[in-house]
Write a protein of this length. Structure first.
Length: 209
């Protein structure tokens, strides 16, 4: 069953996001959830046919979760990996059809195995890449490329105003080294702040260093 959000949820989500940011700004790294407009662009790679295994990294309060659930419409499997236990608890209560796990995304292979899967068809990320050290970025992308199917897709987003900052430039280099195809979306102006999306397909078995 697809969950339908109530009008009270956006305000509650914003309050929860701000509260968690103030408690742990280096993990949350944003003061407000992503918009529905950005969620639609980020989740465009989730197929509307078949029974795909879709993994969501860093779902937070569920902005992308809702869009994934709408696209799946009861098909396939939807696993959400969230390091913040309070976010995970809220998410599991709101979306009983989603397998929510409290874990570091670097342990994605083990999370998939616990749910009976070896690979994911699509991985959607809400992780704050610009807040991570280079080593953590490397480890996270190892986890992503090591669990995607050969023709799998990975999507993540970045804020437009950080596009030319060193962490963002490094992330682009890493993505192009690890995927055969990397495409950038148009700017999603209906997000605060404006953002764009990386569409990455076909992980390389050996990254181009």
């Amino acid at each position: 069953m697809t969950h339908v959000a109530t009008t009270a949820q956006p305000a509650a989500d914003r309050a929860a996001f701000l509260r968690e940011f103030l408690q742990d700004p280096f993990t949350v790294a944003a003061v407000t959830p992503s918009s529905a407009a950005l969620a639609d662009v980020v989740t465009a790679t989730v197929p509307n046919t078949g029974a795909p295994v879709v993994v969501e990294l860093g779902p937070g309060t569920g902005a992308f979760t809702a869009a994934i659930q709408r696209r799946l419409a009861g098909r396939g499997r939807h696993l959400a990996v969230e390091i913040n236990a309070r976010f995970a608890e809220r998410l599991a209560a709101r979306y009983p059809g989603v397998d929510v796990t409290v874990a570091d995304a670097r342990g994605l292979r083990d999370v998939l195995a616990r749910h009976g899967h070896r690979h994911a068809d699509v991985i959607v990320s809400g992780l704050p890449w610009a807040a991570f050290t280079p080593d953590r970025q490397d480890d996270l992308l190892d986890a992503v490329t090591g669990t995607l199917t050969p023709d799998g897709a990975f999507t993540t987003f970045a804020y437009t105003h950080t596009r030319w900052a060193p962490p963002a430039r490094r992330l682009r280099r890493l993505l192009r080294a690890r995927f055969e195809e990397v495409v950038l979306s148009r700017t999603v102006w209906a997000n605060v702040p404006p953002a764009f999306v990386y569409y990455c397909r076909r992980p390389r078995t050996t990254p181009n260093r």
